[in-house]
Ligand binder design. Structure first.
Ligand SMILES: C[S@@+](CC[C@H](N)C(=O)[O-])C[C@H]1O[C@@H](n2cnc3c(N)ncnc32)[C@H](O)[C@@H]1O
Length: 328
């Protein structure tokens, strides 16, 4: 299947209308006085951010791991911890995701073992891309399917400290097929305790549900969100190709103009998708959707954690692809 054919097969996903970017304001007539006022404001803003970043201590990555370790304290003390971890690894080997994420006893163990590396990686992603920092500086509603284990909560909350606090109102609507309420509650309390984020700056809610199920609530979440993320979940969803395609179609239909879609997933074979006898990376399909403007496209990036970090379990380095799309 050629790229043209593939694009054509996706054309039905396109909204049709071709909105173009509004031109940026012309500031050539800004007076010297206004300029210096702006500079002053920027200096004050920068100082406010630097002050806030101190909450992450001198070693933000270690601080992030400490927040997770604190939240998972009881789980690490479980007698069956190692047995549960081995059973999770065995299920991964045969790609039995449902077998992992729908067994309640597995979930805290999965979180303790798997979210540290991803939380660090998402912290890095959200603090280092100006488009994402901007979203963290204002009133932003985020819909986060497949985020039950909490990496998004931890990574985004830590990155919030790199954004301007004045108008920061972040709402995280986390959703997952598993019963992650307990895990998320203890992560949220550890995050708030450590990083002093109040309910006005950070609002969190959790809904258990299957993002592949088309329903009015899912449409509403898609319509209202300023940012929708799929972080290491897209390739699991594409195990059911038909439903995953319908989900993408629904995203394109429902996302409001100007809203963002962030997809991060394995840059390796886990993200391969077979279409018409050929193998493509999942992002190739998303790139072909005309009503999604690709704002950031990174096909293969490494997140390598700093070697001095200490945590009771090994932390994984990650090779991932990243796409940030804007709905036109
Ligand atoms: C590999 S984990 C990634 C978790 C998290 N996003 C992260 O990066 O750490 C995949 C998550 O997607 C969830 N998931 C899988 N299929 C799902 C579905 N159909 N609807 C909602 N969540 C789903 C799983 O329960 C699991 O929590």
């Amino acid at each position: 299947m050629s790229q043209d054919e593939l694009s054509e097969s996706f054309s039905k996903l396109n909204a049709g209308e071709d909105f173009s970017e509004k031109p940026q304001g012309n500031d050539t007539e800004v007076t010297t006085a206004t300029k210096s006022a702006k500079e002053n404001r920027r200096a004050v803003e920068k100082a406010a951010i630097l002050e806030r970043i101190k909450r992450l201590t001198k070693d933000p990555e270690q601080n992030i791991l400490s927040v997770i370790q604190e939240a998972c304290k009881d789980t690490f003390e479980r007698k069956d911890f190692n047995a549960a971890l081995q059973s999770i690894k065995a299920s991964f080997y045969v790609r039995d995701y449902i077998g992992i994420f729908t067994v309640p006893e597995n979930l805290p163990v999965y979180a303790a073992a798997y979210i540290p590396g991803r939380s660090l990686c998402y912290y890095e992603i959200f603090r280092s891309h100006p488009q994402l920092v901007k979203l963290l500086s204002k009133d932003t509603k985020m819909y986060l399917p497949g985020s039950g284990s909490g990496s998004e909560l931890v990574g985004i909350s830590a990155a919030m400290l790199h954004a301007m606090p004045a108008r920061q109102r972040i709402e995280l609507i986390m959703q997952d097929i598993g019963d992650w309420n307990g895990v998320l509650k203890s992560l949220e309390s550890s995050v708030r305790n450590q990083w002093k984020l109040d309910e006005q700056q950070l609002r969190c809610s959790y809904e258990q549900g299957d993002v592949l199920d088309a329903n009015a609530r899912r449409d509403q979440l898609m319509q209202e969100a300023d940012l929708i993320t799929f972080m290491f979940v897209m390739n699991e969803l594409f195990v059911n190709k038909a439903k995953a395609m319908a989900l993408v179609q629904s995203l394109v239909k429902n996302m409001k103009k100007g809203a963002y879609l962030l997809v991060v997933d394995s840059a390796g074979s886990f993200s391969h998708l077979k279409v018409g006898g050929q193998t493509y990376m999942i992002y190739f399909l998303l790139d072909a959707i005309k009503s999604l403007e690709k704002v950031i496209g990174e096909d293969s990036k490494w997140y390598r954690y700093p070697e001095h970090l200490r945590y009771p379990l090994d932390i994984q380095n990650m090779r991932y692809f990243l796409r940030l799309y804007k709905k036109l």
